[in-house]
Structure formats: structure tokens, C-alpha cells
Design a protein around this ligand. Structure first.
Ligand code: ASP
Length: 359
């Protein structure tokens, strides 16, 4: 039994068909995000909804509505889009900001369930939060098992749930991954498939570095470390539920489902250079390199790199002034952290990957 989660890029007029191509008999639970971007400058539905709540500008709601109208029209889905949108609009400003943000996932899931001829599961009823916004784990797992009982395929919106004090709560941004992981863990799925628009976990951010290789496998701990270090491919909170129930996670590209992907399980990666992630911090970026070089080797590789890049090298010191022209480095067994300008990322990746065979 497989649980599949599709990110917002799949929930767009031209890409929706990829969901149908991927889903098989084994996919009993499908979790979807709010509609994503159709082109680079486009806006995600969740961003539009949050802006709509803040600014109360009806044109923003109309943008959301037209995205979903086109999704239904282009794919010839037999669902009453107008009724769906009118119902959602009536609730959009009646509750709080998180409720408004949740509507993208709800509308997506209602449309995708019609598209896949599957049953709709209302996330508000199964993903349960207490009044402080903490997930009620046992209650949620029981409700998921009840809602997904039987052989029917079911579709649910990610990212939100119901609150015991009334209304809805959302996870942090990108939290559709977390919903998928919770559903997979509650159902003890054989696999949690997380479908995105990139080839799994890449050695460096594929949006910034060309032709990067995919890491074929890594452990839950390695994935969590990379997510926390800024890798956007999977929400860091999506790891723990699957790790606890030993549900493997496959991160793949819905455009190319048989292509490169990453399997996350209890097995650590075999690669010397695992991955590079980056995160914006005050004054610059922290680049994190996950590796399995022996310490002497990574130390040597880093010294050569910094000599070549004529940067002064300091070890991390929280009290020191933040100056991105001075690279600060923290070296340990599996992880190297460098604080510097972002341009360093590509150069560092190339340097390490070229030498991963022979230092
Ligand atoms: N739609 C939400 C967001 O944009 C959650 C998600 O896509 O996972 O953050």
C-alpha cells in the first residue's frame, strides 16, 4: 500500500495528467497541495490566499478562482467548480488566517478526487491539533485509519487539519509533505512517495547548479539534516513520522517517474559527497556539506579550496562579527558548514565533487 503526495506544481492545468499516470491500484491514499506556480513569476495559491486575507482585495480571490477554473476546464473534470469556489469564498474570511490558507489544499483535493474518481477525505476531520497548534498524534492516527479503511482510493488535502478549539490549523509552509508522512505512518504504508518537480535529493540545489546528480539513497537522519540546512525538497518534519514506523520515503520527479529518485530509509548513503544545502542567515549564507570523507581528507580538501579562493578562513565562532568576505568553517565527521557568500556554493560543490575520488 502506497501513499503518494503531490506538490503544487503537479496541481496545475498542464501537469494534472501526470498524477493520473502515476497513480496505480496500490496508491490508496493521495495527498495534494494547493495549486502551485505555472511559470516562474506566477504566484502559488497559498501565497495568494494569505495576501487576500491580509489585504481583502477581491482581485486576489479572483486569481485563485481562475486558477482552479482552468484546472477543471483544461482537464475536463466533472465537478461543479463554481459551487466549490462559492462555498470556499463564503468561508475564506469568516475564520482566521490559517483557515483561509487551508482553502487551497481543500479545493485542490476536492478537484483531484473527482479527477481520479476517488473519495474525498476532509483533512479537518482527521488531522487534529490541540488549541496550541500541537498535533494530537493518537487521535490523528486513529482518525486516518478509520477514514482510509477499505480498498477505495482516497484523496486528501495536505498542510492543514482541524483544531480542537474550532477552526483549522496549518503546518509551516511546505507542510503538505508532513501530512503525507503522517498518513503513510498511520497506515503503515509500504512506501511514502513524495512527488516533486525535481529528480529527488540532488547533490546541490538543481535550481542553482546545472546537471547535478541525484543522491540515490540516504538515511532519515541525513535527510533531516539536509532539510534543516535548507534543502527544500522535503519538509524536515516529514521525516520523523516515517522513521518511527520504518516507512521508506521515495522522493521523485512526477515529470519523469521512472527517472532518478532518492530513497530515504534506515540505510545511510554510500556516497563520499552526499549533498550540499544552503540557507540564508543574517549577513550571508550558511552552506552545509554532508559527506563521508575521513576527517583528514575533508580538512585537506577544504584548505585547498580556501587557498584557491583566497579567502581568509576562520572556524565558526558565534561571537565573531558576521562578514561574508571572510569564510567561517565548522568541520566535523559528517558535516562541514561554511558561512559565506552564496557564490561559494557552486565553487565548493565543484571542488569537492572533482576530488571525491582522489584527494
Ligand atoms: N500549499 C502550502 C505551501 O505553499 C503547503 C504545501 O504546498 O506543502 O506552503
Amino acid at each position: 500500500m502506497i501513499v503518494a503526495k503531490f506538490g503544487g506544481t503537479a496541481v496545475t492545468p498542464r501537469n494534472l495528467i501526470y498524477i493520473k499516470r502515476i497513480v496505480t491500484e496500490a496508491h490508496r491514499a493521495v495527498v495534494v497541495s494547493a495549486a502551485g506556480k505555472e511559470f516562474k513569476e506566477d504566484e502559488k495559491v497559498t501565497d495568494l490566499l494569505l495576501k487576500f486575507y491580509d489585504e481583502r482585495d477581491e482581485r486576489l480571490w479572483q486569481k485563485v478562482a481562475s486558477k482552479y477554473r482552468r484546472l477543471v476546464e483544461v482537464n475536463g473534470i466533472s465537478v461543479d467548480a463554481e459551487a466549490l469556489l462559492t462555498d470556499a469564498r463564503a468561508r475564506a474570511l469568516r475564520f482566521d488566517r490559517q483557515y483561509c490558507a487551508s482553502l487551497g489544499e481543500e479545493i485542490s483535493a476536492r478537484i483531484v478526487s473527482a479527477f481520479l474518481c476517488a473519495d474525498y477525505v476532509e483533512a479537518e476531520k482527521v488531522i487534529r491539533f490541540d488549541e496550541k497548534g500541537e498535533l494530537l498524534v493518537e487521535q490523528t492516527y486513529d482518525a486516518i485509519r478509520a477514514a482510509f479503511d477499505g480498498d477505495n482510493r482516497r484523496v486528501m488535502g495536505g498542510f492543514y487539519g482541524g483544531c480542537s478549539a474550532g477552526g483549522r490549523r496549518t503546518f509551516s509552509r511546505g507542510g503538505g509533505d508532513v501530512t503525507g508522512a503522517i498518513v503513510a505512518a498511520a497506515l503503515c504504508a509500504t512506501l511514502y512517495e513524495n512527488w516533486t518537480d525535481v529528480n529527488g535529493v540532488c547533490v546541490a540545489n538543481p535550481a542553482k547548479v546545472h546537471n547535478v546528480a541525484t543522491v540515490s539513497g540516504m538515511s532519515y537522519a541525513e535527510m533531516r539534516l539536509l532539510s534543516l540546512a535548507g534543502a527544500e525538497v522535503l519538509h524536515s518534519d516529514a521525516v520523523a513520522p516515517c522513521e518511527q514506523r520504518a516507512v521508506p520515503i521515495r522522493i521523485g520527479n512526477f515529470f519523469n517517474p521512472d527517472g532518478a529518485s532518492t530513497l530515504i530509509s534506515h540505510c545511510p548513503s554510500q556516497d563520499k559527497l552526499l549533498s550540499v544545502a544552503e540557507k540564508a542567515v543574517e549577513g550571508g549564507y550558511v552552506v552545509t556539506v554532508l559527506h563521508s570523507f575521513p576527517l583528514w581528507q575533508i580538512t585537506r580538501l577544504m584548505s585547498i579550496f580556501f587557498k584557491q579562493n583566497t579567502r581568509e578562513l576562520h572556524f565558526f565562532d558565534k561571537s565573531c562579527s558576521v562578514d561574508p568576505d571572510v569564510a567561517q568553517v565548522e568541520l566535523s565527521d559528517r558535516v562541514v558548514r561554511v558561512f559565506s557568500r552564496r557564490s561559494l556554493l557552486n565553487a565548493l560543490y565543484l571542488h569537492l565533487s572533482c576530488r571525491s575520488g582522489s584527494p
